[in-house]
Design a protein around this ligand. Structure first.
Ligand SMILES: Cc1cc2nc3c(=O)[nH]c(=O)nc-3n(C[C@H](O)[C@H](O)[C@H](O)COP(=O)(O)OP(=O)(O)OC[C@H]3O[C@@H](n4cnc5c(N)ncnc54)[C@H](O)[C@@H]3O)c2cc1C
Length: 551
């Protein structure tokens, strides 16, 4: 007999996005099953190296931020990005980013001032995913089915029936769920099955990547270490990411437009040129992973009870380190919306907000990433011939390129706008009040309480984080205890919308919060604000729970 499983939500794919979404749903009281091709805790290939501050805020809420912060590079390994003629050559400039030991207290850096309880973290996906997996395993209501391949599904008004295959000889498995979410990556079968198409630019860049073991490399380097070393020279420019902080490195060799294909460039020569080592230097290739940088967003993120999330919905060149991180933001969004509905207080229409909110943001981020890829290709292609000369001209060229490299790249390595600046401006469950949202760029943002923006983070008078005080549900932030809020709290209770009142005492509040009341959503975005409870509090509650069109 075919083993069958029943659950509220079936997630296809236990990568970073699937695991995070599963944990968020389960922590909100939803039964979740995840099917994943890989074995329990099996690391992926070396890819993402950056967990954004906004993602770390999410992991803090899920209770796994500290474990992640303790993993990755050695605690004192600088997270700097250094630009050099070669990895062992002359330094042109350096973006200083604190090591994880100093991350919470460091001052004076380009991202140390950010208004967040969880600064960014540099950790490769091979270390990140096992930590997420271990946390997921210990999460109640979450069941992981490893070495299981999703095959197909059907859906009707009541739910979804899915068929999967046990890869180690267990035959067919069947799943019944209220909803199915495809977190199955760039080659998503779920995306194919719902007929969604990736639309955009199929090739923005080609990168010959090599994951190497080179135990003697760091010993040859003089000066301060760096998480990334970018080599800029006329022969071969590329980047070297420290993976374990001791002997493993990921080298990206960016192909030029006139280079026919991945094999047209001698890999060994390119690696040696980027590192700045001679033919005697010994290293071993652990894996080769050559890839196309793309800019593709699915033309649909949903078909009725089936959703796409993460790389299954969008793929782009990982500039600004915002591929996985955009997927994690999808997960944070979809988790609370779906939990609201499954827990009975959100109407089915609340789920419409996922597409209205996330699809435009992913489109915006895809363009930021692609534009940056083009700007960097231009910079790599214009390295002056004299860059390595020990002459006044060489020195002038190094100073100039160093300045330009810093200005261009501090925007992506300290991408405050992508973390904190995006806003939801066309959501059916947000009560807009006419004030325009402040513009944002990859690096720049203006904290704001305009509905749809991220709820500005502040430290409370007792030294705790606003986000810790808010918890998992709607929070009514009150900045003047004299304001009467009972009618709004009663309206929420009458519709079973979980909402708590939080009286704010903070020196930082007056500069950022101009209204006396701000309603913050479970994902820390502003749903509504005002100086008094609205005349029809039930209308506001119905809007934020997806029943706005019903009255
Ligand atoms: C070289 C490189 C560098 C990168 N650097 C960064 C960076 O610095 N920052 C950043 O944010 N992003 C970066 N990215 C992107 C990042 O790796 C991805 O965005 C991220 O892995 C997406 O996560 P995901 O969970 O959506 O998909 P995936 O990580 O692809 O996970 C999908 C999961 O689904 C499983 N699966 C697939 N099909 C099935 C099936 N039929 N049944 C069951 N399971 C299935 C797979 O086994 C896999 O575990 C980089 C990517 C590359 C290639």
């Amino acid at each position: 007999m075919t083993p069958s499983f029943e659950t509220d939500v079936l997630i296809v794919g236990g990568g970073p996005v699937g695991l995070t979404l599963a944990m968020d749903l389960a922590q909100r009281g939803v039964e979740v099953a995840v099917v994943e091709l890989r074995r329990e805790g099996e690391p992926p290939s070396v890819k993402c190296n950056h967990v954004a501050a906004r993602s770390m805020e999410l992991f803090r809420r899920l209770g796994v931020a500290r474990k992640l912060r303790d993993a990755g590079l050695p605690a004192d390994y600088p997270n700097d990005v250094a630009y050099k003629t070669t990895m062992l050559g002359t330094e042109l400039t350096r973006i200083e980013i604190p090591c994880r030991r100093d991350r919470y207290d460091a001052k004076g850096g380009p991202d140390t001032w950010w208004p967040t309880p969880e600064p960014p973290h540099r950790i490769n996906q091979i270390f990140l995913e096992p930590v997420l997996f271990a946390h997921a395993v210990s999460t109640p209501r979450l069941t992981l089915h490893n070495r299981v391949e999703f095959v197909d599904f059907t859906q009707d008004e009541e739910g979804v029936s899915a068929v999967a295959r046990a890869l180690d000889g267990g035959g067919t498995l069947s799943f019944k769920a209220r909803y199915l979410i495809g977190c199955d990556g760039g080659k998503s079968e779920v995306r194919r099955k719902i007929g969604a198409k990736l639309v955009g630019d199929a090739v923005v860049q080609r990168v010959q990547s090599s994951y190497i073991r080179a135990p003697s490399l760091l010993g040859l380097q003089s000066g301060k270490r760096a998480w990334v070393n970018f080599s800029l020279n006329p022969r071969r420019s590329g980047s070297v990411y420290a993976i374990d902080g001791r002997e493993t490195f990921l080298i990206h060799n960016y192909l030029r437009e006139d280079e026919a294909d991945f094999d047209s460039v001698d890999r060994d020569w390119a690696i040696r040129t980027i590192l700045g080592v001679d033919a005697d230097f010994r290293y071993k290739i652990i894996t080769k992973e050559d890839w196309f940088g793309r800019r593709l967003v699915a033309d649909s993120f949903r078909d009725r009870r089936v959703f796409l999330c993460g790389d299954s919905a969008h793929l782009w060149v990982p500039y600004a380190g915002y591929g996985m991180n955009a997927g994690l933001a999808d997960a944070a969004n979809l988790a609370w919306l779906m939990a609201a509905h499954l827990n009975g207080w959100g109407e089915a229409a609340i789920l419409d907000a996922y597409v209205s909110e996330r699809q435009p943001i992913t489109e915006q981020v895809s363009h930021f990433a692609m534009n940056h890829a083009h700007a960097m290709a231009k910079q790599r292609g214009a390295v002056p011939a004299e860059i390595e000369d020990e002459t006044p001209e060489g020195e002038a060229a190094r100073a100039k390129l160093g300045r330009n490299a810093y200005d261009l790249n501090v925007q992506q390595y300290c991408c405050g706008g992508l973390n904190f600046g995006y806003y939801y401006d066309r959501s059916p469950i947000i009560a807009y009040d006419g004030e325009p949202h402040p513009a944002y760029s990859m690096a720049e943002f203006t904290p704001s309480t305009v509905p749809g923006c991220r709820t500005p983070h502040i430290w409370l008078k007792d030294g705790t984080s606003l986000y810790d005080a808010m918890g998992h549900d709607y929070t009514l932030l009150r900045f003047d205890p004299a304001v009467e809020v009972e009618p709004l709290l009663r309206a929420a209770a009458s519709r079973r919308v979980p909402m708590r009142l939080l009286d704010i005492v903070s020196d930082e509040a007056p500069a950022l919060y101009k209204q006396k009341l701000v309603l913050s959503r479970p994902d820390q975005h502003v749903a509504w604000r005002g100086d008094a409870v609205p005349a029809d509090p039930l209308a506001l509650i119905d809007r934020v729970r997806g029943a706005g069109g019903k009255r």
